[in-house]
Design a protein around this ligand. Sequence first.
Ligand SMILES: *Cc1c(COP(=O)(O)O)cnc(C)c1O
Length: 370
Amino acid sequence: MERLDRLFEELKSANEDSLGYPAAKDFDYSAIERFLEFPINNIGDPFAQSTYRVHTRECEREVVAFFAEATRAPQDDWWGYVTNGGTEGNLYGLYLARELHPDGIVYYSEATHYSVSKNLHFLGMRHITIRSQSNGEIDYDDLLETLKIHRDRPPIIFANIGTTMTEARDDIGRIAAMMDRMAIRERYIHSDAALAGGYAAYLEPRPAWDFADGADSVAISGHKFLGAPIPCGIVIARKHNVQRIARSIDYIGSLDTTITGSRSGFSPLMLWYRLQQLGEKGLRERLARSLANAEYLVERLVGIGVPAWRNPNAITVVLPRVSPDIQQRWQLATAGDISHVLVLPNVGRDQIDAFVAELASSAKEDACKV
Ligand SMILES: *Cc1c(COP(=O)(O)O)cnc(C)c1O
C-alpha cells in the first residue's frame, strides 16, 4: 500500500537523525513478530492466576525479577509489573504512597518531568516544589527547610534519578539520612528512574537510587535505555505495601493491583526477549559505550568553543540552546536556555562528528550575519 510505504520511508529517515530524545534504536525484535497474531492480554496482577490464558505473565515476572535484583529490592518483599512507560510507573508509586499516607505531602524538585504534576492532580495530592541546583539536582537545603515547616505530615519524596533535561540524580541515601536525623519514620520515597534505571545499577560509583538506599518504589522506562518499538516500562514496589491495597476481582479471576485493566502482553515479551539477548553483560557494554561517547561529544563541543557539559556519569550532554534549524534537523529537546543530546548506545562517533561539524558551520554562518 502506497500510504504505508510512504510513511515507512518518512519514519526511517526521521529515525536516523534524531539525537535529542531518550529512545535507544539499536534493537531487533523480528524474532517475536509472530506473536502479533494473538490478542495477548496480561490483565490483572502478573503474579496471580487469570482465567484468560492468552498471556505472557511468566515473561513479565522474569522481567520484573531482573529489575528487582538490579534495584536491590528486599528479598521476598517486592512486587511489580510491566507498565506503559515511566509515567504509569510514577503514577503507581504516587498512588501507593497516597494510599499508605493519605495526609502526606509530596516533595519534588522543579526539574521534575512535566507528567508528574498531572499525576498529582489526578490523585489530588498536596505537593510542594523544591528548588533545583544549577546542575538539576534537588537543593537539599531547601528540602530540609521545607520538611521542617511541615513536620506534622508524612513526607512523600518524589526523587529524580536522571532529570529529563540534565540527567541529574537526587541522592536518595542523603534524603533518607536527612529524614532519619529528623526522626521522621512515617514517610515514602519514590524513585523516578525513567532513563537511568536501565543502567544505574552498573555505574561506578553507584548512585543512591534504589531500595537498599531507601526507595519504596522505582519506575523505569523500557523504551529509553533498553530500546523498544512500543513505549513500555517497569514499576517495582515493596510487596507488603502493595498487599494493603490489592483487591480481588471475580470477573477476571485475578487481583486488581495494576493501574489499567487490560495490559499489554506484547511489551513484557519484548522486554523479556531484550534482556535474554543482552543480559547484564550487554547492558554494561552498551553503558560503557554511551559514557565514552558522551565524554567524546563534550570534548568535541568544547573544542569548537561550545560550553557543553554533563553531570558525572551521565549520557546526557547539555549545551546552550541551539538554533531552531539545528533543533529541527537533529530533533533536539530544548527547554529554557539549554538543549541536550542523548548519547544512547546507538549513537556512534560518525554521527557525533557530523553533528559537531554542522553546529560549527552554523555558528560560523551566524557570526557572519552579525
Ligand atoms: C521520560 C521520563 C518520564 C516519563 O516516562 P515515559 O516512559 O515517557 O512515560 C518520567 N520521568 C523522567 C525523568 C523521564 O525522563
